[in-house]
Design a binder for this molecule. Structure first.
Ligand SMILES: Cc1ncc(COP(=O)(O)O)c(C=O)c1O
Length: 414
């Protein structure tokens, strides 16, 4: 084996935290190389949720009895952890959502419907996930604004030279972009994009769904206006995500969902809204999931985001190096130091679904498809790719197994 992971992050040791790795798939140890779609869960998160259900479960912000107060404390305590994780200036700016998708939709609807119109431009990029692409395309269409995309080069990196041309096409009012691409792993120059957005008088919305699991995030250093992410990609449960937003903007925005909890006062003729963050949290939230989200943040902090990022760069470099030996393979995306632990590739003549199916017989889980990035797939000239994605529990031996498996796929189908 060619690389050693740094002692700071011992992936072999961390794997013991994840019960899912105790099983075999088709008689082989599970090589889970699909963490970009969702991550596996450590015992620490599972235990926090079980413990909460067993000792503290109730609805939040509603009861005066002990259990409800305990539940509220768990829920709000987790909010404080998640807010600190992205260095939010205030917990009130941290809104629980169901997912990154819902967080982006919240901004697109609640900010976009009131702030976009004819002559305005909403900008995303060719690299964006449908969850960031489609809401802006749709809201631009609803409001008469135009919708433009930043192109990418052959490395899968944004062509920032195109920004002047975009600026000349109208009033740029919103720039929404992912920090890390889920399809190629590209780490995008968000600070630069944010500075440009602000020069145009636009807001900057960062889709951090793929960044939050892998990089230390700081909304104040990024200087963005909104940042969206999901718990399930960062060792937490599914069903909960977060939107951080700049307080002045959130205060001015209309609500997104309406119902219980988000109201201040309801009269027959008029309703007024609750204070932040509750104005955007209608209905009973994902309570135990929020607690699990907080436990996931604790878990990642304990390991250290810098160590996780470094581990992924090393794995990406190792994978690209080993996979390049496969005859005819086309590996997409930038060099390893400018990407998270994601490697998308195509072996001409072999359909990604067939490759993924054969790999599964050896217990290797990879993704095949368009990765919710159809415009990107068109730009790359493919219908789909196969994608291997790594996380803190990925070990180089799994990449060796992937490469062996791909040789097998070629022998079977090539
Ligand atoms: C870059 C990016 N943005 C947004 C999303 C949507 O996240 P979720 O499905 O958790 O809402 C994903 C999920 O794959 C993603 O990778």
């Amino acid at each position: 084996m060619a690389i050693e992971t740094r002692p700071k992050l011992d992936a072999h040791k961390l794997r013991a935290d994840f019960p899912i790795f105790e099983q075999q798939i088709h008689g082989k140890p599970l090589a889970y190389l699909d963490s970009a779609v969702t991550s596996q869960k450590p015992r620490q998160v599972l235990d926090a949720m079980r413990d909460f259900y067993e000792t503290s479960y109730g609805n939040v912000h509603r009861g005066v009895y002990t259990l409800s107060e305990r539940a509220t404390a768990g829920f709000e305590g987790a909010r404080a952890k998640v807010a600190a994780f992205v260095n939010a200036p205030s917990e009130r700016e941290l809104i629980y959502t169901r997912s990154a998708t819902e967080a982006i939709n919240l901004v697109a609807y609640a900010w976009g419907l009131d702030n976009l119109g004819p002559g305005d431009v909403a900008v995303v990029s060719e690299l964006d996930h449908h969850s960031n692409f489609v809401p802006w395309q749709y809201i631009a269409g609803r409001t008469g604004a135009s919708f433009r995309t930043i192109p990418i080069d052959d490395n899968g990196e944004l062509v920032l030279d195109s920004l002047d041309e975009l600026a000349s096409s109208g009033r740029v009012k919103v720039v929404a972009n992912n920090l890390v691409s889920n399809a190629l792993g590209t780490i995008n120059p968000i600070e630069q994009l944010t500075a440009w957005a602000h020069e145009q008088g636009a807001i900057m919305v960062v889709d951090a769904a793929q960044a939050a699991p892998h990089l230390a995030l700081d909304v104040q250093a990024l200087d963005c206006d909104f940042l969206a992410f999901s718990s399930h990609k960062m060792c937490g449960p599914s069903g909960v995500g977060a939107l951080w937003g700049r307080r002045e903007l959130l205060e001015k925005m209309s609500p997104f969902n309406l119902g219980g909890q988000m109201i201040h006062k309801v009269d027959l003729d008029k309703t007024t809204w609750n204070e932040l963050p509750y104005k955007f949290e209608a209905g009973t939230p994902a309570i135990a999931e929020a607690v699990g989200f907080g436990a996931a943040v604790d878990y990642l902090n304990e390991i250290g985001l810098d160590a996780i990022e470094q581990h992924e760069h090393e794995l990406a470099a190792y994978a690209i190096d080993k996979m390049s030996e496969i005859d005819g393979i086309r590996i997409f995306g930038p060099p390893p130091d400018r990407r998270a632990g994601i490697v998308s590739f195509d072996i001409p003549g072999i359909h990604p679904h067939d490759a993924a199916q054969i790999l599964d017989w050896d217990g290797i889980a990879v993704r095949a498809g368009h990765h919710c990035t159809q415009p990107l797939m068109r730009r790359l000239g493919v219908a789909a790719t196969t994608r291997a994605s790594f996380y803190l529990y990925t070990i180089p031996e799994e990449i060796d197994r992937l490469v062996e498996g791909l040789h097998k796929v070629k022998r079977a189908l090539g």
